[in-house]
Design a protein around this ligand. Structure first.
Ligand code: FDM
Length: 185
């Protein structure tokens, strides 16, 4: 995809901890852009509508057990299975506002202790975002917003690790243009 093709839509990714406000910020951006006459779609990963997405859902709600490497590949496969549709939409001029993408893939798996380079490898070749908006919130503040639920990742200790790994990723300038929004107040 050519970034200087003006008719191309933009790929804008929102990242952050659970309860950082990604979904509501995504919704706001979509309404704003639509108001300006742009064609915009709101996507999210994991995309639960696919068969890979259903395997991910079963894992997240503890209905299935998977090795950390295996679930890492499933999250990545879930992005790969949407890649061609993503390319078609962007080329047709639709802007995609995506809730979570490769950053989540790497931050969550490295927080479990997997190797950074290993985690990045399956993401190579996916469409690079034009912008990644990172909603910066402390895990404690996020937990106050309705609390973490029963899902496997929604534990304060784990969210603390994820926050650290997001930060490492942000500082690593891994192929992404990151804009950080301070949501701590
Ligand atoms: N998650 C999400 C990952 O571990 N890897 C990924 O590649 C992606 C896209 O799944 F806990 C984690 C992050 C989060 C969960 O939750 C997705 P939501 O509520 O659907 O955002």
């Amino acid at each position: 995809l050519s970034a200087n093709n003006e008719s191309r839509g933009a790929l804008v990714v929102f990242e952050g901890l659970d309860r950082s406000g990604k979904t509501s910020q995504c919704g706001r951006l979509v309404s704003y852009l639509e108001g300006l006459g742009h064609s915009v779609e709101l996507w999210r990963f994991p995309d639960r509508t696919t068969s890979v997405g259903q395997m991910i859902s079963a894992y997240r709600t503890n209905k299935s057990q998977l090795d950390d490497h295996t679930i890492h590949f499933l999250f990545s496969a879930n992005r790969w299975e949407k890649r061609s549709m993503m390319e078609t939409k962007l080329k047709a001029g639709t802007t995609l506002r995506v809730d979570r993408y490769s950053y989540s893939g790497v931050a969550f798996s490295t927080a479990k202790g997997l190797d950074f380079e290993w985690c990045k490898a399956p993401e190579i070749g996916l469409i690079a975002p034009d912008l990644v908006v990172y909603l910066d919130i402390t895990p404690e503040k996020a937990a106050e917003r309705g609390g973490y639920g029963g899902e496997r990742y929604e534990q304060l200790e784990f969210q603390r690790k994820v926050a650290q790994h997001y930060k490492l990723l942000k500082d690593s300038s891994w192929k992404m243009k990151v804009f950080c929004v301070d949501c701590r107040l």
